[in-house]
Design a protein around this ligand. Sequence first.
Ligand SMILES: Nc1ncnc2c1ncn2[C@@H]1O[C@H](COP(=O)(O)OS(=O)(=O)O)[C@@H](OP(=O)(O)O)[C@H]1O
Ligand SMILES: Nc1ncnc2c1ncn2[C@@H]1O[C@H](COP(=O)(O)OP(=O)(O)O)[C@@H](O)[C@H]1O
Length: 203
Amino acid sequence: MTDQKATNVTWHDHTVTKVERRKLMGHKSAILWFTGLSGAGKSTVANTVDHLMHEKGIHTYVLDGDNVRMGLNKNLGFSADDRTENIRRIGEVAKLFSDAGIFVLTAFISPYRADRDRVREIMGEGEFIEVYVNASLATCEERDPKGLYKKARAGEIKGFTGIDDPYEEPAKAEITLDADTKSIDELAQEVVAYLDANGYLSA
Ligand SMILES: Nc1ncnc2c1ncn2[C@@H]1O[C@H](COP(=O)(O)OS(=O)(=O)O)[C@@H](OP(=O)(O)O)[C@H]1O
Ligand SMILES: Nc1ncnc2c1ncn2[C@@H]1O[C@H](COP(=O)(O)OP(=O)(O)O)[C@@H](O)[C@H]1O
């Protein structure tokens, strides 16, 4: 956890409220937080959901692992502390998007339950939708699109999630996707169906 460093700072409320922004957008906003092992399908499913929502006229934006780690979080590695700080910053950025009325989809391993729960806590009720992309290690290792599992097994990468670093499964995910057996399109449709059934797609 990062403590408040600066003193003499005061929170300013916005003149245009979140409710007014959502009315203008014509839909609600929230964080769709995809979590799971490397190769589980977080990025692919998030981008497919993004596309489906965009087609429905919903304002969306995807924050994706590799991209954020090349910019905002380029000074962070994969130690436990750095992963925690990675998730804290992404959570704060995602909250800003949601406050602006945009549906934000995040695709990060986010291996620690406490880090994900901390993001949940800074969001309002119903504004943090945890999506567990549940693929087994065997499936992810078989896909291995970047060859990273192979390197981790060979000892060329240390502290790789699922191999010699932990992944803590969500205890209370709003959506759990069976990413071992279902297609990307089926999984994406499940997420959109959840949003529809829970009133997120209208103001
Ligand atoms: N040690 C180690 N462990 C796990 N992953 C590693 C590691 N080193 C590099 N990579 C690559 O970085 C991507 C994960 O970054 P994230 O920001 O999502 O990780 S975390 O949430 O901070 O744990 C992850 O990408 P995805 O496959 O998209 O998940 C990997 O490609
Ligand atoms: N449900 C699925 N069925 C088959 N292949 C998948 C599925 N989900 C993802 N993939 C494939 O697995 C690879 C890793 O997916 P990706 O979205 O990059 O995972 P992550 O973002 O979790 O690391 C990609 O090549 C993708 O096309």
